[in-house]
Design a protein around this ligand. Structure first.
Ligand SMILES: Cc1cc2nc3c(=O)[nH]c(=O)nc-3n(C[C@H](O)[C@H](O)[C@H](O)COP(=O)(O)OP(=O)(O)OC[C@H]3O[C@@H](n4cnc5c(N)ncnc54)[C@H](O)[C@@H]3O)c2cc1C
Length: 313
């Protein structure tokens, strides 16, 4: 279900970026899933077959193939057992993308009200009538789409809808990339040993790690960043200015079975687009299109079984 949504979303993302001429520092060179331990590599290749059967193009690379794909790894080749190369994967700056989508929507007449949170929904006669805002004000509308990340369940509960979404905290670090004689990191990667992911975003290196269940807080300390530090020292020692890092901790909105929750739930005019877990950018554009099609009463381009609240296993 998730792979199908991710593949559909990638098509929608590419289409929106092309239609609206959005430059989001996107790189379409694939992603490398790196293995250090030969046994884990074997197991990874077996798992890969599952996604290959569903039409995802992936190649198996030995250490020489890895260096050919990403010359940056030449000095650390001896640490790598091999990689699975997701040929059609891509990376980019989600914030830059969202800001340009916002600008495109504003050009079409949309209005964004930011910095004034929703405290609750109010329903009457099987319909949501209004939202109450932090400042005590309220907004009425014909239709409501709830996409508040890990806070969606609390808002949904105010009209009796239970959403199985819980926070899983992760860390990200962003460093300025070093000049290195013009050589640039090409390909985004996941270290399958440390479960740390990274990619180049313009002239910055973004490195992310960890999934921890610590409630709704988003604090971090030096100990929390240890996997990011280990990865950069191990595999990318000269790639970036590591003394100039910007750090964040954020909560991923996880569902127990993985896919997000899309479509109508509870009151007739309440739609959900939430619970995208660790793949919210990957699944965003397809999810939004599906929710828009459901609102319009159109047939969705991919099946919604396993995505709506009532059709989950
Ligand atoms: C370390 C890390 C690395 C990640 N890497 C990737 C990756 O490589 N690829 C990928 O696809 N995904 C990745 N993700 C996951 C991705 O960030 C999430 O899936 C995505 O942000 C979820 O989007 P969302 O809009 O549902 O929730 P959020 O991004 O959390 O946004 C929710 C929004 O709702 C607003 N909000 C909350 N409460 C209220 C309220 N009461 N009233 C009004 N507004 C409210 C918030 O201010 C926020 O703007 C990563 C996540 C983490 C933490």
């Amino acid at each position: 279900v998730k792979l199908r949504l991710a593949q559909y979303s990638q098509r929608m993302l590419d289409q929106i970026a092309a239609d609206e001429r959005i430059d989001y520092d996107d790189i379409h060179e694939g992603l490398l899933y790196l293995y250090r331990d030969p046994k884990r590599f074997e197991a990874g290749i077996k798992k890969m077959k599952l996604v290959q059967e569903h039409g995802q193009k992936q190649d198996v690379l030995d250490p020489d193939g890895v260096v050919e794909a990403e010359p940056y790894f030449a000095p650390v080749k001896h640490k790598i057992a091999g990689a699975i190369y997701g040929v059609t994967d891509s990376s980019g700056d989600s914030v830059k993308f969202c800001r340009q989508v916002q600008a495109a929507c504003e050009r079409m007449g949309s209005k964004f009200v930011l910095g004034n949170g929703v405290t609750r929904l109010s329903a009457r006669g099987g319909k949501v009538q209004s939202v109450t805002l932090d400042d005590g004000g309220s907004l009425t509308a014909d239709l409501f789409v709830l996409s508040a990340g890990v806070h969606s369940p609390k808002i949904a509960r105010s009209v009796g809808v239970r959403l199985p979404i819980a926070p899983a905290k992760g860390y990200s670090a962003t460093f300025p990339i070093k000049g290195n004689g013009g050589m640039k990191l090409r390909i985004g990667c996941v270290d399958e040993e440390l479960l740390v992911a990274w990619c180049r975003i313009g002239d910055r290196l973004r490195v992310t790690s960890s999934a921890e269940f610590t409630g709704y807080e988003t604090t971090y300390n030096e100990h929390d960043l240890r996997l990011i530090r280990k990865l950069t020292q191990d595999l990318l020692p000269d790639a970036a200015e590591y003394d100039q890092g910007a750090y964040r901790a954020c909560n991923r909105p996880m569902t127990p079975d993985g896919p997000p929750i899309l479509g109508q739930a509870g009151p007739d005019n309440l739609y959900i687009n939430s619970g995208h877990g660790h793949m919210g950018f990957t699944m965003a554009c397809g999810s939004s299109r599906i929710v828009a099609d459901l609102i319009d009463g159109k047939k969705t381009e991919i099946p919604v079984e396993g995505l709506t609240l009532t059709s989950r296993p």
